[in-house]
Write a protein that binds this ligand. Structure first.
Ligand SMILES: [Mg+2]
Length: 288
């Protein structure tokens, strides 16, 4: 949501022209941090390096045990795990738009996402070590070709990107599984059957990338945190998480917890807005 304030124009007076100035946007700090901080880049490199260490250890263990590697696969979410779409979020702020299926699809079709730090090298590493690389995304089936084009242009290893669930590396929202539209929960179950094993690693910026139900945006925020605590041994083991302060199920869950905020909170600005707007100049932005 954009927060705006009307300022009197030159000359003052009730009839003078009003200037509409964008003062603050809820996503502004998040996108500045995501695009501009070395810390975010370091967190991505750290997460991918951890993934590589886990993969090397598992391949060595299987080699010693004489086990075949054909069931070894890595599942990764795409957006804000492998793909950086923050130019889209900057464009939303600059143009006063909100996220919508239509604007999102428009962005996907533009094929302008960038790779997150270390992502391409990690995915190549997975393939070079004999594991299958599986991409799971909440992008729409209608954006399959554009998503595949974007991934390939960035150098991600993606040989099979068609809609056949038994012969593809790319699983998208509403793709057909046994004739029915599917989401992540069904797709994870399908992958388990297809490979005959759990994935070695699941990578994602949103915990529903690791388990769809307990970390759904429909689950209340405190319950999601309780689940994260219960899963403490999995983070950094088979589940690897990436930083995304811009959007996610965490945000929807918080909204559900805050459906009736106190009146005083509703009336007060979150912070002084005048210091925030100039940060837009720091951002890399899509031009639409
Ligand atoms: Mg994501």
């Amino acid at each position: 949501m954009l927060c705006v304030r009307l300022f009197p124009g030159e000359g003052g007076g009730a009839s003078s022209t009003k200037a509409l100035e964008v003062l603050y946007h809820n996503d502004l700090d998040a996108v500045v941090y995501y695009q501009g901080s070395a810390e975010v880049a370091a967190l991505y490199y750290q997460a991918f390096q951890l993934g590589e260490m886990r993969l090397v250890a598992e391949v060595a263990r299987r080699h010693q045990a004489g086990k075949p590697e054909n069931s070894l696969y890595v599942v990764s979410d795409c957006d804000e795990t492998l793909l950086d779409n923050s130019d889209f979020n900057a464009w939303l702020m600059e143009t006063g738009r909100d996220y919508h299926d239509t604007t999102w699809s428009e962005w996907c079709q533009a094929r302008r996402a960038r790779a997150t730090p270390g992502a391409v090298d990690f995915c190549k590493f997975v393939v070079e070590h004999g594991a299958s690389m599986i991409y799971v995304s909440s992008r729409f089936e209608a954006d399959r070709q554009a998503t595949a084009d974007n991934l390939r242009a960035l150098g991600f290893p993606l040989e099979r990107s068609g809609p056949d669930p038994n012969d593809t590396q790319l699983y998208l929202t509403n793709m057909l599984l046994e004739g029915k539209k599917s989401k992540k929960k069904q797709q994870f179950a399908h992958l388990l059957a297809r490979f005959g094993a759990d994935p070695l690693l699941q990578l994602g910026d949103n915990l529903s990338d690791h388990e769809a139900e307990r970390y759904s945006y429909k689950v209340e925020a405190s319950q999601r945190k309780t689940s994260a605590e219960q899963d403490a041994r999995r983070w950094g083991d088979d589940w690897i998480v990436f930083p995304n302060p811009i959007y996610g199920a965490w945000r929807s869950s918080l909204k559900r917890s805050d459906e009736e905020p106190p009146a005083a909170f509703q009336a007060a600005p979150v912070r002084s807005p005048l210091t925030e707007a100039p940060k837009m100049s720091l951002l890399s932005k899509w031009s639409g």
